[in-house]
Design a protein around this ligand. Structure first.
Ligand SMILES: *Cc1c(COP(=O)(O)O)cnc(C)c1O
Length: 461
């Protein structure tokens, strides 16, 4: 299995190299050269299997010779052992033909744990074979950072630096990043929003001297291994609801486009997904792009679903790459236009995107109202991101079962949930002492040179 860059000018890599590299050297994102497909019989066999067995069946064809079969099964088992639910990703019914896929039973209560726990195990296992060390730098709107801290703390061959927008993450998110005591993980609060944090991380990857000097690796959702780990729960949910014998739809609360792109890969692998619906909050660049063909940035507006407060959806580049017939030069040109504010998607590419994705937007008031109404109608307490998904899914219900991805636990965003319902959602007992642990973080300016100096100094210790 070989991986190519969406901009067509970076080395072709194997799985392990693509996982360690994150962003390609030409600024692009790695994608499989061809997506392996599973047969009808292979998919049918997943019904009733454990999450771990489905995970093995879905991911194994992508891995090449990175691990032996036994090693990989062991890494999967370790990754999901700390989840608070035996099903890992349980389904709950919300109404006729509408189901909620609860992806918040991992150690930091958001779906990011599914990929991050596994990538932590895979990276450590791959590095241990060679004795190498790497430096991971990631940007977060809140949940990636906490999931990464939890997955990488204490790992012997990894230093982890997480940049989060100062003052723009929830208290629970911040504390999950600032309370781990292990010396190999570092929380950095940057002056700016998520896009600023993400831009500085991209700058570090594009500075090849720095990149090679610290052996930089990435765990943002641009990392192919993360996307791959998320493909699994589409198979688990769909086969539980009757796939491949019937089609299923998915609605995905979307920010950086990683989670929904995993659904797109599941469909390419042969899973019968008839609708793949992008749900955005009022930061709706993706919904506007699918409606008008104009992908134009417009500043980030803070919302009550902050993990989706993103203006530039990094993984959308992967969908564009396919929509433009895998023409790396065309993607390079579009991304240059994006730096100047935006671009118009060609008619041919729009046809492919519209045939693949539907979209909807949910306002702040609609998000709150959906939390209130869903509690009254079903007893289910939604986090605001999941509520964005539920609202948009309800506009797209059809003959096939619809699955909305519940991306975080309500206790991660207690203020929005309390405002909508009057109920303060409690943290699960296993993390009830989060607010008693001491915090440790460093305030940093939006300055590439200073950030690089700090990282060099910390890893030299
Ligand atoms: C990260 C995140 C999202 C957005 O996922 P993307 O893969 O960036 O589209 C949605 N909800 C929650 C709770 C998240 O943490």
């Amino acid at each position: 299995m070989r991986y190519v860059s969406t901009r067509g000018a970076a080395p072709v890599l194997n799985f392990s190299e693509a996982m360690m590299t994150g962003l390609a050297r030409d600024g692009g994102l790695y994608v499989p050269e061809t997506v392996p497909t599973l047969t009808h019989a292979q998919i049918a066999a997943m019904a009733g299997q454990s999450y771990e067995d489905i995970a093995f069946a879905v991911m194994w064809p992508f891995l090449g010779d990175t691990f032996t079969e036994t090693e990989f099964r062991g890494l999967i088992a370790t990754a999901y052992a700390g989840f608070g639910h035996a099903a890992r990703a349980p389904l709950v019914q919300l109404g006729p033909n509408h189901h909620l896929l609860e992806l918040f039973h991992g150690p930091t209560l958001a779906f990011k744990d599914f990929a991050m726990q596994l990538i932590g195990q895979m990276m450590q296992a791959a590095l241990a074979k060679t004795g190498q060390r790497i430096t991971i730098v990631g940007a977060t709107s809140g949940d990636t950072g906490s999931a990464a801290m939890e997955a990488f703390r204490g790992l012997a061959n990894v230093d982890l630096f997480i940049l989060y927008p100062h003052g723009r993450v929830s208290d629970v998110q911040r504390r999950q990043m600032t309370t781990p005591v292990e010396a190999n993980v570092h929380a950095l609060a940057i002056d700016g929003d998520f896009d600023v944090a993400q831009a500085r991380v991209k700058d570090m990857f594009n500075d090849h001297a720095f990149r090679d000097g610290v052996r930089l690796a990435g765990v943002n959702s641009i990392n192919w291994a993360r996307v791959l780990a998320q493909v699994v729960y589409y198979f688990a949910a769909a086969t539980a609801l009757g796939a491949p014998h019937r089609a299923v739809g998915f609605t995905v609360p979307t920010g950086n486009f990683g989670d929904i792109f995993a659904g797109y890969i599941a469909r390419q692998m042969g899973l019968p997904i008839d609708r793949l619906v992008i749900a955005t909050n009022h930061n709706d660049i993706l919904h506007r792009a699918l409606s008008t063909g104009d992908y134009v940035t417009d500043g980030v507006k803070p919302s009550i679903s902050p993990s989706m407060d993103i203006q530039v959806s990094s993984n959308f580049e992967r969908a564009l790459f396919d929509a433009y017939g895998r023409d790396g030069a065309a993607i390079t040109a579009l991304m240059a236009e994006l730096k100047a504010g935006g671009f118009h998607i060609s008619q041919g590419a729009m046809q492919m995107l519209r045939a693949t994705f539907a979209s909807g937007r949910c306002s702040e008031a609609e998000t709150s109202a959906t939390i209130t109404r869903t509690l009254a109608q079903t007893g289910e307490l939604l986090c605001p991101h999941s509520a964005v998904g539920v609202k948009v899914a309800e506009e797209h219900l059809g003959a096939e079962p619809m699955v909305t991805l519940a991306t975080a636990h309500p206790a991660k965003f207690p203020d929005a949930v309390k405002a909508a319902t009057g109920i303060h959602p409690d943290l699960p007992p296993r993390m009830a002492d989060l607010f008693d642990r001491p915090e440790r973080m460093t305030r940093v300016p939006d300055d590439l040179g200073q950030l690089q100096a700090l990282i060099r100094e910390r890893i030299a210790r």
